[in-house]
Design a protein around this ligand. Sequence first.
Ligand code: RUQ
Ligand code: CUA
Length: 662
Amino acid sequence: MKKIQFNLMAIVVLLLSIDACKPKNAGNAVSSDAAAKTYVAPGKYDEFYNFVSGGFSGQMSAYGLPSGRLLRVIPVFSVDPEKGYGYSEETKPMLNTSHGFVPWDDLHHVQMSKTNGDYDGRWAFGNANNTPRVARIDLKTFRTAEIIELPNSGGNHSSPFITENTEYVVAGTRFSVPPDDKNGDVPINTYKQNYKGTLSFISVAKEDGKMDISFQIQCPGVNFDLSRAGKGVSHGWFFFSCYNTEQANTLLEVNASQKDKDFIMAVNWKKAEEYLKAGKGRKQAVRYASNRYSDITHAATSEIKTEVTVLDAKDLKDICYFFPCPKSPHGCDVSPTGEYIVGSGKLAALIPVFSFDKLQKAIAAKDFIGEFDGVPILKYESVLYGEVKKPGLGPLHTEFDNNGNAYTSMFVSSEVVKWNIKDLTVVDRVPTYYSVGHLTVAHGDTKSPKGKYLVAYNKITKDRYLPTGPELSQSAQLYDISGDKMQLILDFPTIGEPHYAQIISADLIKNNSQKFFKLEENKHPYFANGEAATKVVREGNKVHVYMTAIRSHLTPDNIEGIRMGDEVYFHVTNLEQDWDVPHGFAIKGAANAELLIMPGETQTLKWLPSKVGTFPMYCTDFCSALHQEMTGYIRVSPAGSNVPLLFSTGKNYPVADSANKK
Ligand code: RUQ
Ligand code: CUA
């Protein structure tokens, strides 16, 4: 086995000269029959949903494929004025953490929930990379239903990855850090002594998807990059790519690229479960937020939890095993049968493919070449199935089709490379424009990939679209992979920087889409069940407005008796019981929010009047021909004024009355 010795400087030069790899004739790459392949006639549905991470925007977006039409941006880890997420009083708790309210994070990886190793269309999961959290999105409502924070973590990159039946959503820390219950106030150069890596196993309740941290595994201090659950033959195992096995704490660009090989860590989570049951876990005091949204109370709650159970990989010897993987592995992907584990060293010029069967045999034979921080290291050759030779430069991520092929993104050489899983030969390659990061194939990480389409998500996308100032739109590129040759058929811009994405059959989602919320199920504490139930209630300086919205008026639409110093809460219930009739709510001078209220839902805007006067309010969502009439006024009087609290719709109080009534 010839070792690939890469000259570090050569790699750095390569990485800095990405433009050199810019393919020629980029503009002519789409052939003339491409348009027909992506054409979805007006009024017709797409065949697939494509859920795409928004990267530094913190959101996820849903596109239709093959049209590339943007259907929705789903707010997850960042506030979103289009939906009121993080602005309305009901949604603010979703962004609570042990550090307080975090309005903006970085979402990298999207994972669909699975049953029997294939997508089931129930939930999508996403990771907050910065302040470590995992979110669950309900695909009935396309809303974030739950967010759980992860203790003992710093940078939640290797996340979220899902087992065959969504038993667990799993997350590995990117940064090793001193554990949360240890003194973190230590010199940074004590990395080797004080820093630990942590994997979190989050259980997902079968019926309602509720997440809880079942256990964590404490591992040696390295950087966990990406991972995949085993499936089929390897169900019960997890595979994590690790880098910085040098345990460097400065200038990682150079210092974490010293070794010829880093590791993939294989984790026997069934074994971990046994140890957990046998009481081998240690209870650790921590603080993390668990936030849940209810479609019945139409509000989120945030709870701070204070304990996790930790299993130590050093003591419980047969949970974790390292095996070497060339040059800073990034993607770590598992073939449909679960037998092959593909490592992608981002500085490597080959793709190593490992065998699960050989891994098991090597473990049984104790074919170790040493230990790393108490965790056994298996011999590369004993676990290796083979290497894909000369695939291109900078392999990052791999997905699969239904014909025994794998597709790997090549960041440095800007291409997608198709290779055969059995004989490891390259069978096709196609340029991307440019610098591809992730790619995804329809159901491409499942036991039963659909093939058909592949989307490449590009990082540096000079010259693809009309210029938009210093920042250019990132690009997703759709390839038809149904034939022998991959064919580029569409470019479409993405929201934020796309990292991972998944493509799921629309049939699994579209028929379950929620059309509205039933008024009879509404348990919001300030719900107004019909116009007759509207009222304005003063409690000291807090004023609660129980308001309703229906085409095309607000009730009440005239309110008097508000005073400076009051905190006014507009609890607006949308009384509509029909699909796609949201109402909006805005009031002049509102410094924190507007609302968008779905049919049957109640949402709250907190308003602090800033001066004496009369303030208009109105519906912000065009809801009928008389939308522009859906308005009202609020009168604000000085503090201590004796203007009585009055509210009405369709009724004029006599002037003297409303001005002077005690
Ligand atoms: S990782 S390329 Cu988060 Cu590949 Cu994006
Ligand atoms: Cu309601 Cu416009």
